[in-house]
Ligand binder design. Structure first.
Ligand code: PG9
Length: 646
């Protein structure tokens, strides 16, 4: 670092007592085990992108590991003021153990329009030449230009680049795969943003993730994120309730100054704006030429849809077995750190370290190093490395979904929701529901928008984080669901105690036959593993209700995501939607539970339950109680592995 004096150094005002601040402070870095180099790399349109390189002192023909980010390259490469590269790199998206042990040159770049880079910022910049990006540049061209510069201007390198990152930084490696530069030898998209409307950060099946309003503002309205959302209530449940609709809160908080908010609010349905940006659809049209390791977190509270969606989209094009998938019992980004537990759920080993050492490091080395080590070449990297929750075992599989490497199969089972809160599992193929067996064959609850079901125990700290409670946002998907099961506006169906293990691998699918007295409704379905009443080794887990897979569906889209339509009141109608991928064994002594409710607040905005053109602008009078009915024989289709059960 050389710190220029903040003011242009002038002649001392009082020569007899000159400033004690030198003209330019030069930090002594000779003792550092790395060299920091900051360059402004020119893109084809002249915009320069701020790019930080940390080069190990001994680097010679070293490969480069690149992360492109909207989250501040300077910060990400200066986590600590240290002479040691590994300490400097601790923190978001870095995995210093991988980078330093591998002897990589670390490159982190601010994307166009953010922090130290020039140009204009556009959230998840649409591809050039599409209706929503008439310019000649996008993240594919910016990555191409960046790699072209890196491959020619880093003498300490071997000219080979891997691109790696999580979340938004996981979306960027996917876009790098469109017209990839020849220097791109490997891509590791982790927990990537892929389809913001279907199941990643902005909506899930049309329900808006309003808890991200603060992000939509802070990330867009200034180049360096120095405008901040403020806390008005300790309990975020109150923050959002007092405002009423997400659109009203956006107005109150200045979010309307975010160009991205204006686009999002103008496109509440899954129209061309969202469909044209679905990265899985985009990549399905590309050849697979770059070895790619997709990384998925089973309890990802932010981008639980993306990695699996891309895997499904590109695997059919993978003629040379270049596409790999790893999934672990992690929260969003959990693979970067200690993966031995998540909240109270213990995995009996550090699953993050296992992934980094046994999968990621040999994978990177194999494609980036001029001479990979014998260990890296000998490492058995299965096409799919999947952690099996429940049993806490890693499984090496040939494809996904798969229940085992050979000798088993996946067959759809039916978890029927019956009277008296009973759930019954049979391994018979499900039969799609069209009309109720008999008129009174249902359970009902009153969904009151004035008292929406909290997505977690209140008080809900602002933006879902609470340092005191250990940042519970990243682990809320493993919160105990007993909080909800006791509510009269949550239906609960439970099997008897299992006498044999029940394993599921893949996406459960909710098949509801439901009616509402309103003309719009949200349906939340949660598949839950109920622990035995007493767990001697971990008493607090006695009776724990652990979500294995859960999602929300906004009923106005039941006839298609592109167009919102009113729901016919008091009419039993089918709702069918997939829940996130699971790879779980319900152990003997456990029970399988399904919970159904009509709000998940304040994570998702409330459905007024009367049809309005755009829920962002619903008025207080639009929000009305509704009586919801779930007809018996509604069921969850489970991807059962092997012969299962009772
Ligand atoms: N995918 C993460 C995120 C995006 C938008 C809102 C909130 C979270 C991320 O990039 O961190």
């Amino acid at each position: 670092f050389s710190i220029h004096a903040s003011m242009a150094q002038q002649a001392p005002l009082y020569p007899a007592l000159p400033s004690e601040t030198p003209e330019e402070f030069k930090a002594p870095v000779d003792s550092f085990d790395f060299v920091r180099r900051t360059v402004m790399i020119p893109m084809r349109d002249g915009v320069k992108l701020n790019t930080v390189l940390l080069i190990p002192r001994k680097a010679n023909h070293a490969p480069m590991l690149l992360t492109r980010t909207p989250y501040n390259a300077a910060d990400m490469t200066a986590h600590a003021e240290s002479s040691q590269m590994e300490s400097v790199l601790l923190g978001y998206d870095n995995m210093p153990d991988v980078i330093v042990k591998g002897g990589y040159i670390r490159v982190v770049q601010d994307v166009r329009g953010k922090y130290g880079s020039e140009g204009d910022y556009v959230m998840n910049r649409p591809m050039a030449g599409t209706p929503f990006n008439p310019t000649p540049v996008d993240h594919s061209t910016d990555t191409w230009d960046t790699l072209d510069w890196l491959s020619k201007n880093v003498p300490e390198s071997n000219g080979k680049v891997g691109i790696i990152g999580g979340s938004y930084d996981g979306y960027l490696p996917l876009i790098a795969l469109v017209n990839p530069h020849p220097a791109l030898k490997v891509a590791v998209p982790m927990n990537p943003m892929v389809d913001g409307w279907r199941g990643d950060d902005w909506f899930h099946n049309g329900a808006f993730r309003q808890i991200n309003l603060s992000y939509i503002m802070e990330q867009v309205v200034t180049r360096r994120n120095d405008a901040h959302w403020f806390t008005s209530h300790y309990d975020d449940y109150d923050t959002f309730m007092r405002a009423g609709s997400a659109g009203e809160l956006a107005r109150q908080r200045g979010v309307e100054q975010s160009g991205f908010w204006r686009k999002l609010a103008a496109h509440p349905a899954y129209d061309e704006f969202w469909q044209s940006q679905a990265v899985d659809t985009l990549l399905a049209k590309q050849p697979v030429t770059v070895p790619t390791l997709l990384v998925h977190s089973l309890w990802d509270a932010e981008d639980i849809y993306g990695a699996i969606a891309v895997y499904k989209a590109i695997k059919p094009n993978d003629k040379d077995n270049k596409v790999f998938l790893a999934m672990g019992p992690w929260n969003h980004g959990g693979q970067d750190g200690d993966g031995s537990k998540l909240g109270p759920i213990r995995f009996n080993s550090d699953t993050g370290l296992h992934f980094r050492e046994e999968v990621l490091m040999p994978f990177l080395e194999r494609y980036l190093k001029d001479e990979p080590s014998p260990e890296a070449l000998a490492a058995k990297i299965a096409p799919v490395t999947a952690f099996e929750t429940g049993t806490n075992k890693w499984r090496a599989l040939n494809s996904w979904p798969a229940g085992c490497v050979s000798g088993c199969f996946i067959a759809p089972g039916t978890l029927k929701l019956s009277a008296d809160g009973k759930a019954t599992l049979t391994n018979t193929a499900p039969v799609t529901l069209s009309k109720p067996a008999q008129r009174n064959d249902y359970d009902e609850y009153v969904a009151d928008p004035a008292k929406p079901v909290p997505y977690r125990q209140r008080p809900i700290p602002p933006y879902g984080y609470d340092e005191a409670k250990g940042q519970t946002w990243p682990r809320w998907l493993v919160d105990d669901q007993r909080e909800a099961s006791g509510r009269t506006d949550v239906l609960t169906y439970t099997t008897g105690v299992l006498t044999a293990p029940v394993k599921i691998s893949g996406e459960p699918v909710a098949h509801l036959l439901a009616s509402t007295s309103g003309t719009d409704a949200d349906w939340v379905v949660k598949l839950i593993d109920v622990y035995p009443d007493q767990v001697a080794a971990q008493p607090e887990m006695g009776g724990y209700q652990l979500m294995i897979s859960a999602d929300i569906f906004r009923g106005r889209y039941r006839e298609g995501f592109a167009t919102a339509r009113p729901i016919a009141a008091d009419k039993a109608l089918p709702y069918n939607f997939a829940l996130p991928t699971a790879n779980h064994v319900f152990l003997p002594g456990h029970r399988i539970m399904v919970q159904i409710q009509s709000s998940w607040f304040p994570l998702y905005d409330r459905n007024p339950q009367t049809f309005v053109p755009n829920i962002f602008y619903a008025k207080p009078a639009d929000y009305k109680k509704a009586t919801q009915r779930i007809y018996h024989d509604s069921f969850i289709e489970l991807p059962l592995v092997g012969a299962s059960v009772k």
